[in-house]
Structure formats: C-alpha cells, structure tokens
Design a protein around this ligand. Structure first.
Ligand code: SF4
Length: 332
C-alpha cells in the first residue's frame, strides 16, 4: 500500500508563526507530495479534554478558524483530505475498541497526561484516554507517517504498541506508524525571549499568523536582542538573538547576509535590524492574512469543503472499521 500521512490539528483558535513554520507549512508540502494520501483532521473531539473549555460557540468558531488558517497558508482541500474529526463517527468507534486493549498503567505513564492531570483537582477520564483516541485517529486510515511536535512522540510510540496489541489479538490489521519530527517547531523562540513560542505563555510570547502588522511591530520593537550589544557600537552575534532566528524564517538570503554581517561588525543597529525583519514579516504574512479574510467571509463554503472532506475520510474509514468489526466478532 502507498504510504499515507495523518496529522491532527487542535482547534486552538488562531495559530501563531511557530505553528505556521513548525507544522502548517509542512502539511502543505506533504500534501503536494502525498496528494489524497495526506489526511488532515481538525481534532475537535480532543478539545473538550481541556477542562473548563466547555464553550460550544467558541469550539465551533475555533474549529472553523483553524480550517480557515490552514487553507489560508495553502492547504488545498481539493488535493488533500481535510475534515473535522467529529464528523466521522468511526474515530470514536475505533477509539473505544482501543480503550479496551490499552492498559491504564501505560496511559498513566504519558508525560503530557501527568503534566496536565497534576494541575487538576478532578481528572476527567477523557484526559487519560486522549492518546487512545489519537491512536484511533491515525490507525483508522492505516497511516504510517505522522508529522508531530516532540511532545507527541511518546503518544505515537503508544499508537505503535496499540497497533501491535490489536494485530496480535485479532490478526494483522494496522501498520505501526512512525513519527516525523517537526524540527522547526522546536527552534522558534517566543518574542518575549522566554523559550519556545507558545500560547500557554500568554499573548506576549506569540506572533499571531493573523495579527495586525502594527501589533506585531509593537511586540518586536522592545523584544530582547543579544545582550552583548549594550551600545550601538558593540558587535553582536545573531545566533544568540531571537531576531536573528526570525530573520532565518522571514528574510531572503541577501537580507540575511546584511543582517548577519551588520550585527557582527556593529554596522547596523538593532532597530534597523528589526525594521528589516518587519519587511519580511509583511511580505510573508500579508497574502496569508488576505486569503484568510476572503475565506472567513464565506463560512458556508468552508463548511461545505469540510463536509466533502469528511465524506472522503469516511470512504477510507468505513471499510477499515468494517474489517475491524469482523475481526473482533461484532454481529453483522
Ligand atoms: Fe539581534 Fe539584529 Fe541586534 Fe544583531 S543587530 S543583536 S540580530 S536585533
């Protein structure tokens, strides 16, 4: 069988440039390579495992926003399969079967579970089962390639174990998928200079993909730079500066050369350097923001596109689920 890619996209509202360079660009690239064998799913069933986030209107809006964002950066639903998880009921059906064969001890070992559960007084069972549903998301399409951030690698290991367990119990059915690391995501620092860009650290850490240019500039202008550049005449090292990191994402080779040489020789000041970065930010994000605006103006079209994606996903998922039903022994 031809290789198949699956990735789940959390409906967390508007993404930031860390998501864009770390994951979304990769989806577009893999989509061009794998075509309809690349399957992307806005995983809305996972969203309510975050306690306190029970806001129906917000969930629906965020699901739509995340679909718009991915399409705005170039994900083409005509070329890939792009849909919303809860619109394909086979995800929860397979998820339940995997719950049955997965030891609780394995789930309690998951780092992400321990981190989240540790902060809660009452832990919802869904939080524990999260990686089981994730395994179902992937294996329902017999996907063998899963682009993920580093924090999800342990869950993909568990998915492999679940596939092995199912195959041993009911006969060879599922491949053991491999995680493909989204390396860029690990390296994109927050604009506050406090480690990786992440929404959980607050708005001051992130540059939103759809953020207004003046708001982006208001964050970049005071952003920390190489501490060695105390005075304008002090040379710096762009490798020790988050603005230098951002230039690698947004600037062309010629600008990068000017910035790197200018920083090391104190030929340019940090404000000039940031202004040059802003040019690249504007060039990269403006067309995405314009496409996003056009898409947002027609939510019915987005709904239709996602419904078509759900039909395409189900055309793969239903026969797999039928195979599973037969192997497990559910009455026809
Ligand atoms: Fe950072 Fe640019 Fe200043 Fe160098 S010149 S320290 S890269 S902001």
């Amino acid at each position: 069988m031809k290789s198949r890619v699956f990735s789940g996209i959390q409906p967390t509202g508007e993404p930031h440039i860390g998501n864009y360079f770390g994951a979304m660009q990769n989806y577009v690239k893999l989509g061009e390579q794998y075509g309809k064998n690349s399957i992307y799913c806005v995983v809305d069933l996972h969203a309510p495992t975050n306690p306190g986030a029970y806001d129906p209107a917000l969930l629906a809006q965020r699901t739509l926003d995340m679909a718009v964002a991915n399409m705005a950066v170039g994900l083409d639903p005509e070329k890939v399969i792009f849909f919303v998880q809860s619109q394909v009921p086979e995800h929860t059906q397979l998820g339940w079967l995997f719950t049955v064969i997965t030891p609780v001890g394995e789930l309690e070992r998951m780092t992400q579970y321990k981190d989240k559960a540790g902060a809660l007084e009452s832990v919802p069972a869904g939080l524990l089962m999260y990686p089981v549903l994730q395994a179902a998301d992937i294996l329902l399409y017999k996907a063998d390639t899963v682009p993920v951030g580093e924090d999800q690698v342990q869950h993909i290991e568990l998915t492999r174990e679940i596939a092995r367990k199912f195959n041993q119990a009911f006969g060879e059915t599922f491949p053991e998928p491999k995680a493909v690391l989204e390396k860029n995501a690990l390296r994109i620092p927050g604009v506050d200079g406090q480690g990786k860009m992440s929404k959980s650290k607050g708005e001051s850490s992130v540059l939103g993909l759809f953020e207004a240019m003046d708001s982006i500039w208001a964050k970049l202008r005071p952003a920390p730079t190489d501490p060695a550049r105390v005075r304008r005449t002090d040379p710096g090292d762009p490798e020790k500066c988050l603005i230098g990191d951002y230039h690698k994402l947004f600037s062309d080779d010629q600008t990068l050369q000017v910035v790197y040489d200018g920083c090391r020789t104190a030929g340019i000041g940090c404000v000039d350097c940031k202004k040059m970065l802003m040019e690249g930010v504007r060039r990269e994000l403006t067309p995405i923001q314009e496409r996003g605006e056009r898409l947002r103006a027609d939510p019915d079209l987005i709904r239709d596109v996602l419904a078509q994606g759900a039909r395409e996903a189900q055309a793969i998922a239903a026969p797999v689920m039928e195979e599973v039903r037969q192997k497990v022994g559910f009455l026809k």
